[in-house]
Structure formats: structure tokens, C-alpha cells
Design a protein around this ligand. Structure first.
Ligand SMILES: [Zn+2]
Length: 317
């Protein structure tokens, strides 16, 4: 009798673990802004109001910006928990953009401080139910590129160990493809990090890649090549749940310079092409809009995606 109760308890725990995992992944393509949209702020919205306002607009993802954070969470646990409750109620998937002040391939003391900043972000991400902490890995500086990447991977392995001891299980670390040639974060480097470090989630910033390679995305095949490479190295399931950043971007020979709105046709990349490839591979992406008009362009991307899906059902393999 006792063993049966135990069995049903274990079964119950397994089912709720699976449910929790599903909830954390994008169950469908989701769109949202990087940070609180300017108009929400003008209207005096508080943080817990954001998920409801996004849902009213027709959006279903939100990336909380912890980009200025130091080594301690800069949100009260109670406020983070209110955000979690409201996000769940309004079916908005939360992610977090971690501190900009990281360099995981710098000098020892800088790496140590960077790890503490990441932990601060991960702690608050767990409070608010954000499924991933997106972050910028660091700079090559004077290091050999291979060595910079190794340093970065070692630092991330340590960080994940600390997260485990702190009981942070439901948050992944999301290294992002970077837009400047001085930054660790080519697609190959990000894939290596994701292959080697547990509890990571690839974040593809299409605009960064476009800028880093002087206009990489000109044809649908250019987008397809990236997805195929991710699928080859990380597998189909991970590829289907990819977390993306998108905006139009201006660049110099050093890489990214400035983000632009979707309507500025002189800048790339083209979201239409990306939408076609995402649909072709049956991807359920989380697309975070990083243009200056966050929510408005997020809606535009959602509409382009939906229209592409309706017009070309053949794209759904
Ligand atoms: Zn970023």
C-alpha cells in the first residue's frame, strides 16, 4: 500500500516536472519586446501591469531587462513574484536579459565578478519565472580566440554549478550570438558553449550576425544555413525552441552600430525571409523585438509570420 502511494507520488512529481518544462518552452511561436515599451511607461504602467498590457496588444512574450545590474538582484523578490503571477495569468512567457557588465574571458577578478552578476540575474529570473537569462559572453581582448572561448566555457561551467547548489533549476543561461568582431560570440562559439555547458539555451540574435558579417543575410538560404547548422550540432528539439532577437541593424567594418525599426528598408536583415525559414523547419521560436519601437515592431513581426503561414501552408513540413 505504502509503495503504491509512493509510486503515485513519484508519478505525480514526474508529470508536474514535465508540465513545468513544457510551460517554460515556447508551446507556439511567441513574440514580445525587449523591455517595457515606451508608451507603457508614459501611461504610468508598473512592472506587474506589463503582461496584461502586452496580452491586450496581442503579444505573448516579454524580456525583462536586467542589463544595468551589478552583483545583487536589483528587484525585490516580492515584485519579481508579482510579475511571475501576472505573466502566468496573461499567458506571457518571460525571459531576462542579463547584465551588460560581463566579461567571462577577461582577467581573473573580472571573470569572478561577472559570474556573481550572472548568478544575481539567475536568482531573480527564478523568482519571476523567466526561463532563460540571455547574456553577452565577453571580449577576446589580447587573448587568442580559442583561449578566450575556453576561459568563457570554464567560467560558465562554474556558474552552472553554483546555480545548482543554490537550487536554480528552472533557469537556463542563454549565450547570444554577438554583433561586434571584438566579442566572443560567433555562431560556432555559441554552439560550442551550448554543447559543452549544461543548462544553456542558444540565443540567436539575427541582427548581430548580420552586422558581424557585413550583411550576412541576403537570401532565404542564408537563414536556412544557420538553422541547419544549429540543428546539426544541437539537435531538432533544441532548434525548434530557439530564442531569437531581431531588429534592423546598421553596421561598420567592426560590426554592429545601431538598431533600427522594421520599416527602414535600407537596413537588413529581412524578417520575411526569416519567417519563411522558421516555418519551413516547424520552429516555435520566441522572438524578442529589439528595435526602438519594441512592441509595435513585435506585432509587425507576428503579423508577417502569421501571413506567411496563411499564404504558404506548404512551408509547414
Ligand atoms: Zn543582447
Amino acid at each position: 500500500m505504502q509503495s503504491q502511494t509512493l509510486k503515485s507520488q513519484t508519478l505525480h512529481q514526474t508529470v508536474s516536472r514535465i508540465k513545468e518544462k513544457r510551460r517554460q518552452m515556447a508551446d507556439r511561436p511567441r513574440f514580445g519586446p525587449a523591455g517595457v515599451p515606451p508608451l507603457f511607461k508614459i501611461r504610468g504602467a508598473q512592472l506587474p501591469d506589463v503582461p496584461r498590457l502586452l496580452r491586450e496588444e496581442g503579444l505573448d512574450a516579454f524580456e525583462y531587462e536586467a542589463v544595468q545590474w551589478g552583483q545583487k538582484p536589483q528587484i525585490k523578490q516580492q515584485n519579481a513574484e508579482s510579475l511571475r503571477i501576472e505573466a502566468k495569468k496573461n499567458d506571457v512567457l518571460l525571459s531576462m536579459h542579463g547584465s551588460y557588465y560581463l566579461n567571462l574571458s577577461g582577467k581573473k577578478e573580472i571573470v569572478e565578478a561577472s559570474k556573481r552578476r550572472l548568478i544575481a540575474c539567475a536568482t531573480a529570473a527564478q523568482w519571476m519565472g523567466a526561463y532563460v537569462v540571455v547574456f553577452h559572453t565577453g571580449f577576446y581582448g589580447r587573448l587568442e580566440k580559442v583561449y578566450a572561448l575556453k576561459t568563457c566555457i570554464a567560467a560558465l561551467k562554474d556558474t552552472v554549478e553554483t546555480m545548482k547548489t543554490l537550487g536554480i533549476q528552472n533557469v537556463k543561461l542563454g549565450p547570444e550570438t554577438m554583433g561586434k568582431v571584438s566579442q566572443v560570440g560567433t555562431l560556432d562559439e555559441i554552439l560550442s558553449i551550448c554543447e559543452e555547458v549544461e543548462q544553456t539555451q542558444i540565443v540567436i540574435d539575427w541582427s548581430h550576425m548580420h552586422a558581424r558579417y557585413q550583411g550576412k543575410f541576403r537570401k532565404t538560404e542564408d537563414f536556412r544555413g544557420v538553422i541547419e547548422e544549429v540543428e546539426r550540432r544541437l539537435g531538432t528539439e533544441i532548434t525548434r525552441n530557439v530564442h531569437c532577437h531581431f531588429s534592423k541593424i546598421e553596421y561598420t567594418d567592426k560590426g554592429e552600430r545601431r538598431h533600427h525599426i522594421l520599416d527602414e528598408s535600407r537596413y537588413g536583415p529581412d524578417f520575411q525571409m526569416l519567417a519563411e525559414v522558421l516555418l519551413e523547419f516547424k520552429i516555435r521560436p520566441v522572438i524578442i523585438c529589439e528595435t526602438p519601437i519594441l512592441d509595435i515592431d513585435a506585432l509587425k513581426m507576428r503579423d508577417i509570420f502569421r501571413n506567411t503561414q496563411e499564404k504558404r501552408p506548404s512551408l509547414l513540413r
